[in-house]
Design a protein around this ligand. Sequence first.
Ligand code: IMP
Length: 430
Amino acid sequence: MFDSTTRTMVVVGAQWGDEGKGKLVDVLAERADWVVRYQGGANAGHTVHIGDRSFVLHQVPSGIMHPGVRCAIGNGVVLDPETLFIEIDKLVADGIDVEGRLYVSERAHLVMPYHKLLDKASAASKVIGTTGRGIGMAYEDKVARRGVRVLDLRYPTRLRELVAAGVERANAQLERGGAAERASVETTMQVLEALTPRLMAIAEDVGLCVHRAIKSGAAVLLEGAQGSLLDIDHGTYPFVTSSNTTVGGAATGVGISPMSIQSALGVVKAYTTRVGNGPLPTELDEPLHTEVRTLGNEYGATTGRPRRCGWFDGVVVRYAARVNGLTGLAVTKLDVLDTLPQLAICTGYRVNGELYTEFPADLQMLEQAVPVYEWFDGWRQPTQDARRLADLPSAARAYLDRIEALCETPISYVSVGTRRDQIIGVDARA
Ligand code: IMP
């Protein structure tokens, strides 16, 4: 929560994404002056429910739902201008006023149409199970120092050169992979030229704007996308996304000092999910797997893919707490577990008979990991109307207490439904 000492806060996913960051950012944005995205791109799908309406935001920060809040997309994001304006136009059609309060960093790299073609055609993307939004390919070009940045749109001749080189590389790769589709310089330029006036109208030095906001004492919320276990360095590599999703990425992805970040809220589901391939040590067996997926409506907000579901993994979240320096946890979707007779929390992994309580970097170990579980009685009562911890059944409180102790991080929020008001705040602790 923002107060007189905490003015800059990061909200970060502490599992494999889809933890409910959109809802938390929406709730916290009520007290924020700025909400800034710092990494990822249109691979994200942040859902915000307001009354009986729901909005899925892919690139626009979730703070946009609050009229007075300024929103920015930082340099660490790879920006897809085509889908950005589709998203903005939809928000405007739904009565959300975006004019004059949404900015994009002039340093942000653009996701080009050919990045998306490559991602969809790539065999490696299929192995990882990417979202197909061209995210990895855009970051590849960024790191190879041949990407197109927002500010390049100011210089049509140089832009055409960069695009021509990108299209040539993409077509060679598409041909080698046997893909039918090809990118075209003319079509790409037409797309970019059509979007340039709108994009340049909102292009800013976002790092400078946020720095000034922080200096003036404004409340700044940095909105993470995906989750810590999908971090390019700290996640389950290579089954990860292509950016630093963890708190360190917030400073570099906005262009502010890490020293200015005062708190980090880790958002976790009361259980675990993951979309795409890669290790998920606590993955459930059937028929419980389908039951939890159905109860939690676990289908991707961006791709509609069914999510894989598992028990709460304390090894994972404790690791995320360490890597991010989490100052609080927000446990979401507790109500999804309301009907289960028994619940488990993973406290360690057994690999070849040895017990591990720290999350391993080695994928081979993770694949062999047999979770060690602690079992809890289910509460078998609805929790959706709870607004204070004291309103929760004692079995639910015992479950949360164990999460808090295991992750060595205080629980600041518990979410018990999709709506804005279905949340228990720390100050309601009884
Ligand atoms: P990419 O980010 O599209 O390259 O996909 C890489 C991996 O990250 C895949 O396993 C995706 O399913 C996963 N991923 C990317 N974005 C999200 C997200 O917002 N939520 C959950 N998983 C995601």
